[in-house]
Design a protein around this ligand. Structure first.
Ligand code: F6R
Length: 242
């Protein structure tokens, strides 16, 4: 795994946005795997800034997001569909027909997951997958467990993840959905490039486990050690235990 040290959050965001931009410039019809959560927001802002300057063109880009809460309507402010439109899609010239997220409104988990696998296959897989890192080492919503789940599946969010995400739901954990549909580990590992962003002390343990711990489903991100083209962009705090 290649590690890029950044000075601070703004620097992480710029460096990550540079890598994403390079992908779009080199392959204008690329497939970007995108993430929600707090960490990528700065990179999305930077992409929007460069788009506004005329430096980027999203018209040929296809996106597939990592995950979506099960049971939240798309227009709920905390659905990942809303999040992505608020932070990126509404501000660039992406073709709405090329935006893909798991369908959290489909109560039939098997059908929703099979449909999402089919979408990812039909676009030819992912050129560059952006990932945040959960404090427990999760990637997407692949939570620590006994086995790596391969493709899109329905997960029960762990208490740690509900706790970490309640900040988006007025700090009220009762409002956090209990389940999500998430891309699986095999799909993430099949992305041609992976870019992980992490900042702050809260991620230091997870970064250490992902970079130098044993490869184990107890820390799902640790599988990235086996990816042939994975880059981690992180600040000194996140890298402090290495
Ligand atoms: C988001 C996702 C999650 C987050 C992770 C880190 O689509 O799948 O794995 O990337 O929980 O979240 P933040 O960036 O908020 O610390």
């Amino acid at each position: 795994m290649k590690i890029i040290r950044a000075n601070d959050y703004a620097d992480i965001s710029r460096k990550a946005a540079n890598i994403l931009s390079a992908q779009i410039i080199l392959k204008p019809d690329c497939v970007l795997g995108l993430a929600t959560g707090g960490t990528p927001v700065g990179a999305y802002q930077q992409l929007v800034e460069w788009y506004n300057k005329g430096d980027l063109d999203f018209s040929g880009v296809t996106t597939v997001n990592l995950d979506e809460y099960r049971g939240l309507p798309k227009d709920h402010p905390e659905s990942y569909w809303s999040f992505m439109h608020r932070h990126l899609f509404d501000h660039v010239n992406i073709n709405p027909a090329r935006i893909n997220l798991p369908d959290g409104t489909n109560p039939d988990a098997d059908a929703a997951c099979a449909q999402y696998n089919q979408i990812i296959h039909s676009v030819g897989g992912i050129d560059l997958q952006l990932l945040g890192l959960g404090p427990n080492g999760h990637i997407g919503f692949n939570e620590p467990g006994k086995a790596f789940e391969l493709e899109t599946h329905c997960v029960d969010l762990t208490e740690a993840t509900i706790e970490a995400n309640k900040r988006f739901f007025d700090g009220n954990e009762d409002l956090v959905p209990r389940q999500a549909y998430t891309m699986g580990i095999k799909t993430i590992m099949q992305a041609r490039k992976v870019l992980v962003v992490a900042n702050g002390l809260a991620k230091a343990k997870a970064v250490k486990a992902v970079v130098s711990g044993p490869v184990t489903p107890e820390c799902p991100g640790s599988i990235l050690q086996l990816h042939p083209d994975c880059t981690l962009v992180a600040d000194e705090e996140a890298l402090s235990l290495l």
